[in-house]
Ligand binder design. Sequence first.
Ligand SMILES: Cc1cc2nc3c(=O)[nH]c(=O)nc-3n(C[C@H](O)[C@H](O)[C@H](O)COP(=O)(O)OP(=O)(O)OC[C@H]3O[C@@H](n4cnc5c(N)ncnc54)[C@H](O)[C@@H]3O)c2cc1C
Ligand code: FES
Length: 288
Amino acid sequence: MSTGPLQLRGRVLKLDRVGDYQHLTLVAPGVAERTRPGAFVALAVGGDHSATLLRRAFSIYRAKASGVYGGTVEIVFAVHGPGTAWLADRRPHDEIDVIGPLGRPFALPKEPVPCVLVGGGYGSAPLFGLADRLRERGCSVHMVLGAASESRLFGTVQAKRSAQSVVVTTEDGSVGTPGRATDVLPDLLARTNAAVVYACGPMGMLSAIAALAEQHGVWSQCAVEEQMACGVGVCMTCVLPVRGDDGVVRMVRSCVEGPVFRGDRVLWADAGTIPAGTLGAPRVGGHA
Ligand SMILES: Cc1cc2nc3c(=O)[nH]c(=O)nc-3n(C[C@H](O)[C@H](O)[C@H](O)COP(=O)(O)OP(=O)(O)OC[C@H]3O[C@@H](n4cnc5c(N)ncnc54)[C@H](O)[C@@H]3O)c2cc1C
Ligand code: FES
């Protein structure tokens, strides 16, 4: 069976509200079978005659290969602008053009090692499928779910089934430990003797997690949610400076080479720029 992405007309099966988020289930046969944790889908928004040409990217929360209606793919999203507002207005049986699964998934450890999974807001969505795969390999799974407030957490009940231990943090202290997910991470990494930390959430959180992991001698795998336009590698909107195995920094596309990156390889502080010394960047003070 081919493992590449498919483009098809997905059909809305369900759209439910969960806290501040929308949980969309799409019938999308073939996409689920190809999905691995960390992959995403790019959805066309606005309908067939819309002027909104750019697709919107969403992490795959759950993918079920079979069922009464055929394979389904689930996403969890926050209404942000016109594209997500249009999605939140869909009704069962409506069609949405889907491309997926896209991107490189999370790398899994070869050994049954302790793993810490950190999700910021809806960033926890791709971590549940990952937790299943890790447990199948004999890894112990510990989760941290962090958000600004209780209504912006996703998956706290499911986390208790998915992980051996769960820590919830909210910045306003409405539930769990007051503060940020990164505040509780050093203690958790030490207590669980973690070998890998997996993270998905805003760039600031990922940058802090990558730094903490490095300080503790732990591998990190970070799923970025960079601005994307085409989602399939042709427009270069989503590039990030990343150091390769050869030590050279390149601008790499987070839709194709990511969205999951080794945390210690991303030049987090330089995201959104082309840092000096990047392969192909103009030489400072050079001549044409
Ligand atoms: C890999 C990945 C996974 C994601 N997963 C989730 C998720 O699980 N849940 C969730 O809620 N959100 C997720 N997001 C964020 C989600 O894609 C955005 O919230 C969504 O695109 C917002 O669309 P909008 O029309 O509502 O908002 P707007 O802000 O109006 O539109 C954002 C979109 O416009 C385009 N755009 C805007 N500015 C530019 C620019 N300067 N250059 C090029 N294009 C531009 C891009 O296509 C961008 O995605 C993810 C993003 C990525 C990249
Ligand atoms: S979004 Fe177009 S190249 Fe990545």
